[in-house]
Design a protein around this ligand. Structure first.
Ligand code: HEC
Length: 192
């Protein structure tokens, strides 16, 4: 884990521009990737939660669960195409095993978890890994999320819990409270 720490000291990238090699200042590049990441994370969150709200209104929690089960990936995949970046939601306690955080994302999630629990301001983080700049930002729970990610028998009704169990036999994404880190946006920008 120690060897991950230097990665977080941000990104130096040499970019080629009109055949002249230019070294942009770290802070300029950081600002560019942070603002692109913020825009994409906001839009992705709004798209997913907008679709979720529609599904809830049309058919209640059960149908919204089935909707997320079928549609969450196609939605983030199509946003990835539009924004030319790989957009993922990852977590240390997953519903869909495809969203499991790797070692680096787990490390990030712990850091963000401490910041949120101490009431600190949330600042997204960049990490340079192989040929990509990775952007990480926490996804924080709100009261609505607890209908499907709260405590079974409390915010999560027994019938919702049983649908979750049917769709995701190994679900771990319950037991959350309001204003906790449910997961992270992990947005990868390829460096040309
Ligand atoms: C109607 C039920 C429902 C509600 C409400 C809901 N989710 Fe989820 N959530 C799901 C389902 C189902 C999945 C798994 C989607 C998949 O298979 O890709 C999921 C997955 C996720 C993931 C990806 C990690 C994982 O566990 O697989 C995150 C992060 C997440 N939800 C955050 C939230 C947040 C934040 C809110 C509130 C704004 C919220 N969810 C509200 C049902 C819900």
């Amino acid at each position: 884990m120690k060897n991950l720490v230097p990665l977080i000291l941000l990104v130096a990238i040499v970019i080629s521009c009109n055949s002249k090699k230019t070294l942009q200042s770290y802070s300029q590049l950081d600002t560019t990737y942070i603002s692109r990441g913020n825009v994409i994370a906001k839009l992705s969150f709004e798209t997913l939660s907008g679709e979720l709200q529609k599904a809830l209104q049309n058919g209640g929690i059960d149908s919204a669960l089935r909707y997320c089960n079928l549609r969450a990936y196609p939605i983030t995949d199509s946003l990835s195409l539009v924004h030319q970046a790989s957009i993922k939601r990852v977590s240390t306690k997953v519903r869909n095993p495809r969203n499991k955080a790797d070692e680096l994302a787990t490390f990030m999630a712990k850091g963000f978890g401490i910041d949120v629990s101490e009431g600190k301001a949330i600042t997204p983080k960049l990490v340079l890994k192989d040929d990509s700049v990775l952007f990480f930002k926490p996804i924080i729970t709100q009261p609505l999320c607890l209908t499907c990610h709260g405590t079974p028998g409390k915010e999560v009704s027994f019938s919702t819990d049983s649908t979750i169990q049917k769709l995701y036999a190994r679900d771990k994404a319950v037991g959350y409270k309001n204003n906790e880190v449910r997961g992270l946006w992990r947005i990868a920008f390829k460096i040309n």
